[in-house]
Design a protein around this ligand. Structure first.
Ligand SMILES: Nc1ncnc2c1ncn2[C@@H]1O[C@H](COP(=O)(O)OP(=O)(O)OP(=O)(O)O)[C@@H](O)[C@H]1O
Ligand SMILES: [Mg+2]
Length: 361
């Protein structure tokens, strides 16, 4: 919806809009069977996610098998639960899956401790309800209800943060594929193609444990942290390049060295040991996720573009890394200083970085 005639460009267009041309291309070439209600065949959805080395760009970088299992689940009557530590692309994959399967990634329920039942079932337009009494026109459908009506993918973000009584209303929807509206003596039956993709953070486990009844309605796919430095460098490089284009950051050269450095620091602090396996390091309280590495590099490129000489330098990433590592100054400050003194300082080609980081304090 636009409120003015001259709408400014949106900051973050939906996946189905950004990649509309890729989705159209795939749909055109796709001659495999499509499950009822799907825009593409399962095979084409996986190609959309992983890329084809040609005109379809990779969105997810990682094991093909994981994406095949995820997509195959959506073609059954079970729903998909993506879990993993922060920043492992759970939300990202869920958005792209919904875009590729239904052409709509916007049917989204954001899970919080305050998510009400109306977000999963329906609400009422009270003006209409008071004026006319309960009628279909007074019902305000939830994203879940709209997905059921149209046979589309509904997304539930941070499922485990949702209070358990609200989680329970999902059970009927997922097992019976219907949403009763007792006030009207009717129900909404899910059209073919309806399914749910939920995400949950490993670290939140225990906040609102999923009931076993609900868990049984889901196939779980665990998204791992990248297996190697090279893989993580590739993820960060690709995402930074596309974010840079989206944010229209002026071109920055020679980003490879600093991206590899950021990734190395992040992995070593996350794993608690240097990449050569020789030196143990303390781990900070923050998550040191891939998502965080992406934002450190993006911030560094912005510094280099606007305040530097257009080349990504150690000083451009040093402040960002420190900010990501030192979340809690009392606990993380010493962890970071120890890393600098025992690891960064010892590396011949890290001299500039060590000096820049030391200047940050
Ligand atoms: N394997 C990967 N392939 C492609 N992009 C990735 C990968 N891992 C992380 N990313 C990128 O990391 C960023 C963060 O991902 P996302 O927000 O989906 O994480 P999340 O798992 O939902 O985290 P949280 O638990 O904090 O919600 C995205 O920009 C995504 O592109
Ligand atoms: Mg997420």
């Amino acid at each position: 919806m636009t409120l003015t005639d001259t709408a400014p460009a949106v900051m973050r267009p939906h996946a189905e809009d950004v990649y509309a041309h890729e989705l159209a291309l795939l749909a055109e070439q796709d001659d495999r069977p499509r499950p009822p209600g799907w825009r593409l065949s399962p095979q084409a959805v996986v190609t959309y996610l992983l890329g084809d080395g040609d005109r379809i760009t990779p969105k997810y970088i990682g094991a093909r098998r994981l994406m095949e299992v995820a997509v195959a689940t959506l073609a059954t009557d079970r729903s998909l639960l993506l879990i993993g530590v922060p920043g492992t692309a759970k939300t990202w994959v869920s958005e792209h899956l919904a875009a590729a399967v239904s052409g709509d990634s916007t049917l989204l329920v954001q899970g919080t401790a305050g998510t009400p039942e109306e977000a999963v079932r329906y609400g009422w337009n009270y003006a209409k309800l008071l004026a006319e009494g309960p009628s279909p026109a007074a019902v305000v459908p939830s994203p879940m209800m709209r997905a059921m009506e149209t046979g589309a993918v509904a997304r539930v973000e941070e499922l485990t943060r949702i209070p358990s009584d609200v989680q329970d209303t999902l059970i009927t929807i997922l097992s019976e594929k219907t949403l009763p509206i007792p006030e009207l003596g009717t129900e909404v039956q899910a059209a073919k193609g309806f399914t749910v993709i939920a995400t949950a953070n490993d670290r939140d486990r225990g906040v609102n444990e999923l009931s076993s009844a609900l868990r049984r309605r889901f196939n779980t796919v665990v998204l791992p942290v990248p297996g190697s430095v090279d893989e993580e460098v590739e993820i960060v490089s690709r995402r930074v390049a596309s974010l840079g284009r989206a944010l229209e950051i002026p071109a920055v050269e020679d980003t490879a060295t600093e991206i590899r450095r950021v990734v190395t620091v992040f992995r070593e602090l996350r794993d608690g040991v240097t990449t050569d396996g020789r030196t143990k390091v303390k781990t900070p309280s923050g998550t040191m996720s891939v998502a965080e590495a992406i934002s450190v590099v993006t911030a560094g490129m912005t510094l280099a573009a606007h305040f530097g000489d257009g080349v990504l330098r150690p000083a451009d990433v040093a402040a960002g890394i420190r900010g990501a590592v030192v979340r809690d100054p009392a606990a993380d400050g010493p962890v970071w200083r120890e890393y600098l003194e025992t690891v960064a300082r010892e590396r011949d080609d890290w001299h500039d970085f060590y000096t820049a980081a030391r200047e940050q304090g």
